[in-house]
Design a protein around this ligand. Structure first.
Ligand code: FE2
Length: 291
């Protein structure tokens, strides 16, 4: 179930790789049903008076995004981020379409945990990539709703997950992802250049002020689309440049994504926005071959 030599070679040369049928149609349905259950539970809590939520818009420059404590403290929680809608600024937040739910579905939901942290295909792939003590540092359910799902600006994941060790993104389509509904786009081979831009806390003890060090410009003509079927996995090297466009179609483009970081001989930067907090001194480990 791990990657074969051809797949490893493609990942090494392109910086990303499509692995077909990572989830079965039944597993995709299970995750979609679970997220509906999580939303219903949140709405129930909100109907009894709690009004915590935030918007998220990755189509604008990261420093102009409306990132507050609700986001910064979400690394070990399940939190809800809605699409921005400038025309409806005064309307009820919860009537807006969801942008994403994150960032610890793999801690709190048995089903998300089983299909990420405890999933045999996850560990097989990580072993074939040479991981020794991998942990999941974040997980997200991304909606990209029909007609309103916003674009994600070109970036490398290593800009937001700063480590001296390997970091790999697992991105699984839960609907067919096409150019029209906002599939991923990549600049193939761009991972061979060093990551230059880093999204950091201004100091280790400051959990509120983030800064993008050395922002980069990206060449739009170099991107190629990565259309995939529901259940297909896209593996994403931390240094490959990628983006997605707005969903202009009539179809949603749900995806489940989680990121895995190596802990063996690797330092997770204390300036990362995402830190193990409260519940645990470290992110949940997938397996540990180092002991
Ligand atoms: Fe990304």
């Amino acid at each position: 179930m791990g990657l074969n030599r051809q797949q490893l070679s493609t990942l090494n040369s392109q910086g990303y790789l499509v692995v077909p049928n990572f989830y079965s149609p039944e597993q995709c349905q299970l995750l979609k049903a679970e997220i509906r259950q999580i939303i219903r539970a949140e709405m129930d809590v909100n109907s009894r008076g709690r009004q915590m939520s935030a918007t998220f818009n990755a189509s604008v420059e990261v420093e102009k995004q409306n990132i507050g404590n609700y986001f910064i403290e979400s690394g070990d929680k399940i939190r809800f981020f809605y699409e921005e809608d400038p025309d409806k600024e005064n309307n009820e937040m919860f009537e807006r379409p969801l942008n994403k739910i994150g960032h610890a579905l793999h801690w709190h939901s048995k089903i998300f945990r089983k299909l990420s942290l405890e999933y045999c295909k996850t560990s097989s792939i990580l072993r074939s990539l040479g991981f020794i003590k991998p942990s999941i540092c974040q997980s997200m359910y991304i909606f990209k709703r029909e007609k309103v799902g916003s674009a994600v600006r070109p970036h490398t994941d290593g800009t937001f997950q700063i480590s001296t060790g390997a970091v790999v993104g697992f991105w699984v389509a839960l609907e067919d992802a096409t150019i029209r509904n906002g599939c991923l786009w990549f600049e193939p081979g761009s991972h061979q250049k060093e990551i230059q831009s880093f999204y950091e806390r201004t100091d280790e003890s400051n959990f509120e002020t983030m800064k993008l060090r050395n922002p980069q410009q990206y060449d739009d003509s170099k991107f190629v689309p990565c259309e995939v079927k529901a259940g297909d996995l896209v593996l994403i090297d931390k240094a490959v440049i990628h983006k997605s466009e707005q969903n202009t179609s009539e179809k949603p483009r749900d995806a489940f994504t989680f990121h895995v970081n190596e802990n063996y001989n690797a330092d997770w930067s204390k300036l990362n926005w995402l830190q193990p907090t409260g519940r645990s001194a470290s992110f949940p480990v997938v397996f540990d071959d180092s002991i």
